[in-house]
Design a protein around this ligand. Structure first.
Ligand code: GDD
Ligand code: MN
Length: 375
């Protein structure tokens, strides 16, 4: 057991625990955390962030008689992630630790997380999925599969093996450098990993024990929020890339639709001036629907008609240029004999114009600044 060195100032460690109806778990949690803190010689702080459980949690904390442990009753902005963020903002320590109240996360391993931060990690994660990590056996197939799928979805965001973990430590300065927190759902660790732009996360293997008392609050609704959360994080991380990717995907599909409609119209014996117009008209509509699908929720929530007006006003100049150029190139004695080839050049030119317009008028993400944008 490491003993505190008399010459070195004790480490200031703040532990934040989100709780909802965990009264039964709090006495043992406080006891185990206290033992660790004493052995390590820390200057500890335990912040129990409770969403007004009204189950005697406050008495359980007061009864433990530990001066540095306090229960904070929250009445607004309920939820696991907001509670954790709230606690981290109040915390006074240099090392910030987050763990569950149900003792799934062994407090005895907090020193390992802190040691990882001391050796250069900017995020230390208690992990079930690295070598040496494990979970209790009675994890059902559903929960296991669920956790694995969620982990897979987080791949573009981080390479850690257990990004779903709610047991982690971070230095105060790393946390304070974090920007634009928008915690939804359960994955506050992932939120911090991405929003604090952690570059050197380290995973410490843990045994994730099943809770003995009380029941899990992880409902299906909470899980569905995860998909929304991942999308927000992707936009945060790859902001510009996403808009650009969206433009290319929609644009390429639109070009294929345009050329197909044009060809069909010509085969039906329509004049080129009509066929080119039909190709543009059809892809104009499908591009609108596709852009709307791809767009961010806050934008999509608006009425269809107002979205269409925005889209049309931003895309019409491109469509007109497309039409004019295609016809100028193809219409005898124009330089290009194939209407499709002329259309490709018209599409590319029109798309470039549309890109500039779309960037500045339609379908812009309003709440999320792209990476590197000035605040
Ligand atoms: N303040 C507050 N408000 N706390 C909450 C809320 C809430 O709405 N919901 C849950 N908590 C607290 C619980 O009291 C517990 O201390 C902790 O958050 C975790 O909740 P559990 O209900 O035990 O969740 P779990 O065991 O299913 O999920 C845990 O493991 C997951 C990995 O399997 C959490 O650590 C997750 O973050 C983690 O992803
Ligand atoms: Mn739990």
């Amino acid at each position: 057991m490491p003993t505190p060195h008399p010459d070195i100032a004790p480490k200031r460690v703040s532990m934040v625990v989100p709780t909802f109806q965990e009264a039964g778990n709090l006495p043992l949690l406080i006891q185990r955390v206290t033992r660790v803190a004493q052995q390590q010689g820390w200057e500890p702080e335990l912040l129990i962030m409770d969403d007004d459980s009204q189950d005697g949690s406050d008495r359980a904390v007061a009864g433990a008689g530990v001066g540095w442990a306090s229960l904070i009753t929250r009445h607004t902005d309920r939820g696991l992630s907001p509670a954790v963020l709230d606690g981290l903002r109040r915390a006074k320590g240099d090392y910030l630790v987050v763990l569950d109240a149900d003792l799934s996360h062994p407090p005895e391993q907090i020193p390992e997380l802190i040691a990882a931060l001391d050796s250069g990690a900017d995020f230390a994660l208690g992990s079930r999925y690295v070598e040496g990590g494990s979970t209790d056996h009675d994890w059902g197939l559903f929960r296991w599969l669920n956790s694995r799928i969620a982990t897979f979805l987080a791949r573009p965001l981080t390479h850690v093996k257990d990004p779903m973990s709610g047991f982690f430590a971070i230095k105060r300065e790393t946390f304070e450098a974090g920007r634009q927190f928008s915690p939804i759902g359960y994955k506050i660790g992932l939120e911090l990993l991405v929003k604090c732009r952690c570059k050197k996360p380290v995973e410490v293997p843990i045994h994730f024990a099943d809770r003995q008392i009380g029941k899990s609050k992880l409902t299906l609704t909470e899980q569905l929020k995860y998909i929304k959360h991942v999308r927000r994080l992707l936009i945060f991380k790859y902001g510009k890339g996403t808009a650009l990717t969206q433009f290319f995907v929609v644009g390429t599909i639109g070009a294929i639709i345009n050329l197909t409609a044009l060809t069909v119209a010509l085969r039906m014996g329509l004049r080129a001036s009509m066929a080119v117009g039909i190709g543009i008209g059809v892809s104009f509509s499908t591009n609108f629907l596709l852009s709307r699908r791809f767009a961010f929720t806050d934008v999509r929530n608006r009425a269809l008609i107002s979205d269409f007006v925005r889209f049309a006003s931003a895309s019409l100049p491109g469509a007109i240029v497309n039409y004019g150029l295609t016809m100028a190139l193809y219409k005898p004695p124009g330089p290009i004999g194939s209407p499709q080839l002329a259309a490709v050049i018209g599409i590319i030119t029109g798309a470039l114009l549309n890109f500039l317009f779309n960037r500045y008028f339609a379908f812009r993400a309003r709440h999320y600044k792209p990476r590197g944008a000035k605040p």
